[in-house]
Design a binder for this molecule. Structure first.
Ligand code: 48F
Length: 354
């Protein structure tokens, strides 16, 4: 297909060169061509070069890919060819640029692609709940070490609070050594002051998302954690999920049972809400303290330090760490989220190796 387009493009460009060197533009003939195949066309166009004329091309072979491609290039290069006129008559313009693919094929591709991937992630090494900076970072690290990782994200988009710095302003800050991760991810940044770095939120966030996907992490977006799976000795063995739209509808309208995915480890990266931890707390097994007031210089170090396994099979990362341990919040600076995600991956690797 691409080869055919290259050939026709080359062919048209050669025509332009020959035509501009040979043609006497003032003479005009009218030629009407009815063509239904490839071989009439070069002959007729040669006539057009030596005897400038109005050419009417009737593409009566609509389904013929060769005819369609040539018509396309003649139309695109009409001006450069400097024919008096190339008038193209086709039954319609369908299939000139894009391949012929019908609605049912598009639907079939989506359904089979989704099911094929979904079947593979019903069981994985690690499920990360929450696709904010800490969850993405943990996923990227684990996947690049060869682990099978799935991120569950209730929104349609990934990134959590990483798109904006704070107060709806799209600049994000990191304190040293957070800029080293920005460097690794290829995110441009500037030094704002000693040890304080500034980057564009959308650029940073999209680079982190891309790196996570490139590493091989599978994403289930528009999917909300509804509960956890607890197995032997109360250890976390997976998550119970449902489509976000189902979760947001009243029970009387959408009483749809959830489904479960299994994994060896679950990471709570749900931010301030610490939603995975809270599911266990609802059963009286754990107790979250709730995050404390802001104190940036203390909180960032503590979040990284306290990132770890809080219950068999459950690791906390990012702001969920503050909420669980009652640590101060840190406001709009993200170094701790990135470093906490990295540490969560290290802790998880250790759990998986046991
Ligand atoms: O809030 P979020 O960005 O968490 P984080 O990775 O980073 C926190 C910072 O953005 C910022 C901060 C530090 O500077 O204070 O707030 O700790 O991302 C959490 C993600 O989890 C999703 C949520 O939509 C968001 O994208 N999430 C939360 N609850 C659920 C969930 C749930 N029940 N099911 C699925 N996803």
């Amino acid at each position: 297909m691409i080869f055919r387009h290259k050939v026709f493009r080359l062919f048209t460009e050669i025509l332009i060169t020959v035509k501009s060197s040979v043609c006497a533009p003032e003479i005009t003939f009218k030629i009407i061509l009815l063509y239904d195949g490839f071989f009439f066309i070069p002959f007729s166009l040669l006539q057009g070069i030596f005897f400038p004329c109005e050419i009417y091309l009737f593409n009566i072979q609509k389904g013929n890919k060769i005819s369609n491609s040539l018509c396309l290039y003649l139309t695109l290069y009409k001006r450069e060819l400097n024919f008096k006129a190339i008038k193209l008559f086709q039954e319609d313009n369908m299939g000139e640029i894009f391949s012929k693919v019908s609605e049912k094929e598009v639907t079939s591709a989506i359904v089979s692609g989704f099911i094929k991937e979904f079947e593979k992630i019903i069981e994985s090494d690690v499920i990360i709940v929450g696709g904010g900076p800490s969850g993405l970072m943990a996923g990227k690290e684990l996947s690049s070490k060869g682990k099978k990782v799935v991120i569950i994200e209730r929104n349609n988009y990934l990134g959590g609070g990483f798109w904006t710095g704070g107060y709806l302003m799209n600049k994000i800050t990191v304190r040293h050594p957070g800029e080293e991760i920005l460097k690794d991810l290829g995110i441009p940044f500037e030094e704002f002051g000693e040890g304080l770095y500034l980057a564009d939120g959308p650029h940073a966030c999209s680079k982190l998302i891309a790196a996570t996907c490139d590493a091989g992490v599978k994403i289930l977006n528009m999917t909300t954690l509804e509960d956890v799976v607890l197995k032997e000795k109360g250890a976390v063995g997976g998550v119970v999920i449902n489509w976000t739209p189902i979760e947001t509808l009243p029970r009387e309208i959408a009483s749809v049972d959830p489904i479960a995915l299994e994994s060896k480890v679950v990471i709570d990266a749900t931010g301030h809400d610490a939603n995975v931890v809270k599911k266990i707390e609802e059963r009286g097994i754990l107790k979250t303290k709730g995050y404390g007031a802001m104190w940036v210089e203390k909180s960032e170090d503590m979040v990284v330090k306290y990132t770890g396994e809080v219950h068999p099979g459950l690791v906390v990362t990012g702001m969920a760490v503050s909420t669980f341990f009652g640590l101060p919040r840190m406001g709009p600076t993200f170094g701790a989220m990135l470093l906490s995600g990295k540490k969560a991956a290290e802790v998880t690797m250790e759990i998986l190796s046991r």
